[in-house]
Design a protein around this ligand. Sequence first.
Ligand code: BDP
Length: 733
Amino acid sequence: MTRAFRLLPSLLAAALLGGAAPRTSPRPEDGYELWLRYRRVAGAARLREDRAALTGLLVAGDSPTLRIARDELIRGLRGLLGVPLPAVDTVARDGALVIGTPAGSPLVAALHLAALDSAGPEGYVLRATRIGGRRAIVVAANRDVGVLYGAFALLRLVATGAPLEGLAVVSAPRVRLRMLDHWDNLDRTVERGYAGRSLWAWDSLPDHLSPRYVDYARADASLGINGVVLTNVNGDTRVLTAAWLAKVAALAGVFRPYGIRVYLTTRFSAPVEIGGLGTADPLDTAVQGWWRRKADEIYAAVPDFGGFLVKANSEGQPGPRDYGRSHAEGANLLADALAPHGGVVIWRAFVYSNAVPTDRVKQAYDEFVPLDGKFRANVLLQVKNGPLDFQPREPFHPLFGAMPKTPLMLELQITKEYLGQDRELAYLGTMWQEVLDADTYARGPGTTAARIVEGAVFGDTLTGMAGVANTGTDRNWCGSIFNQANWYAFGRLAWDPGLGAEAIATEWARLTFSTDPAVVRPVVAMMMASREAVVNYMTPLGLAHQMARGHHYGPAPWDTGIRPDWTPVYYNRADSLGLGFDRTPTGSDAVSQYFPPLRGEFASLDSVPERDLLWFHHVPWRAELRTGRTLWEELVRHYQMGLDTVAWMRRTWDGLHDRVDAARFDSVREDLRIQAAEARWWRDASLDYWQSFSHLPLPAGYEPARHPLGFYEALRCPADPRKPRCPQIEETP
Ligand code: BDP
């Protein structure tokens, strides 16, 4: 063994940890490479001089997945360290990087890695060890896909500057289905998509396979995402016809070696729409037969098809209730058709009535809790993080903990429909950590939503987390560089819900910009403050759904709209007395859906968390809060804090001028400029409107609104509902 290889781990560690980043402005980047940029790490030159340091890559076994892992390591280490990594057959004198599974390779089997027992089917082991007395770094797993995940993990360690000395990692996903839900339509528009068109070029499928499919799959696999719903929850049954299934099969073929299964959405009425039947009643035998045959047809085209995601009897979608059947009967119909093939049904709990019979946030609980225990074993119920609809802040959904016999899958929204979409910077890791850490008290203290989702509380073996994707054909995939962080954070949290928002932000910043602490620290600080800033300038103190109708961009707290529970006034309940929705027992009593002691805590003004105050209470304008300030003063203060944080984010970003490449620097800078103008818009429009009820002056020291209420009410933004912009606001200095 050469001295060089012996020194590899410490050299790597020293090189990666030490050394200041260059101060010259880096070369321009367009964001296409996401967090897989593989730019040279600081100090890599020293390693490069010593070719013996990494002499070869030994791939033990062969499969499409292992070849992808091999290519990724070659590409990644060449970029990060500047060394070629030739294929070798044996661990040479200088050592080697060895990847494989015990089943595929006697070499890996002979290592008897006990840690593999806890790696499970998708986990991996990374180990600095010796093979025949020679140094080796091993990436081992029980299955090839684990090797691929391990290869990405190793690259992440090198790229973020983690020491490899004494490397001993074992990691397994804590959630089984880690999925992206694409709300993509067959005409390539994307519902709530703000990053261009759908990535799936249906017109040219199945004959032409865009190279972008591979880059998409790489990005997903680098995070451990193992399922992709290709189509919008507001479904289109054409996708279940033969011509479209051929296209789906082509995409599935690209994704398969990356460990990704495809799933589809369907309308419950498919047997009528494309099957020529007169009914879609789940108890009708002809309907049952149709679904069984459809499942057989799908599996003939896509043998590892994941299953169906279904939105039924919600927002105009058809469903079992149209036939007087329950959601369980509906879900079980599809579950029975998929079960022989190993498929699952993901049934959405985002269900509320068109008739507005009761507080909208109560309806899913009322609908589904009585059905606990009535679903087949291959059904998961997919529940949004909060009971309303992906707001900047909501309390956690009361279904978590309330259905012990049904696996609940957590649904998050990565595309920031209600949080500034492609334009405004809001890192969602903090929001998701908030819901994962929320204590439901379902089985006493410590019954967090994360433990329920992981299956640890009720012993579910089928578990899942889904994120509504923010990807599209924009060159940077997500509409902005910082929006990439939300895709990243979702994937990392789905692998391990306990990772922590700050750790993930730090990792992402290092991979995306630089390992230089002078970059990482301010970027992470901006990210960690960003979501609370949005909450503060849009919907502080527990307000929700104050966005303009339809496109949900910009403030419209005055909006009355077409149906009450789609409008801001329904949620804010502003009147001459005060503000907020009474969900205590004197109001809608939504608090009763939470376990004690939470229901009491939320119901009392003495104990409700300030952040959820107006979610649960109608509070008089002049009421003194626990902070000693009145509601009015506290409101003004929070809107202003939101604004001030955005101003601080702009200054912080400006300070990175010389440390981030010009292209990415300028695009973020421009977005922050608009965000600052829009934060002011939110503050002024909202305060004008509240003031028309409270008739109170702004407390001393606060700037008055720039315009009277009428100005904001008259604004018609945006012209293009898919990319909202509001020139009148943006141009305000
Ligand atoms: C809402 C969106 C709507 C979706 C719906 C859903 O505004 O476009 O169809 O959620 O999740 O947030 O089904």
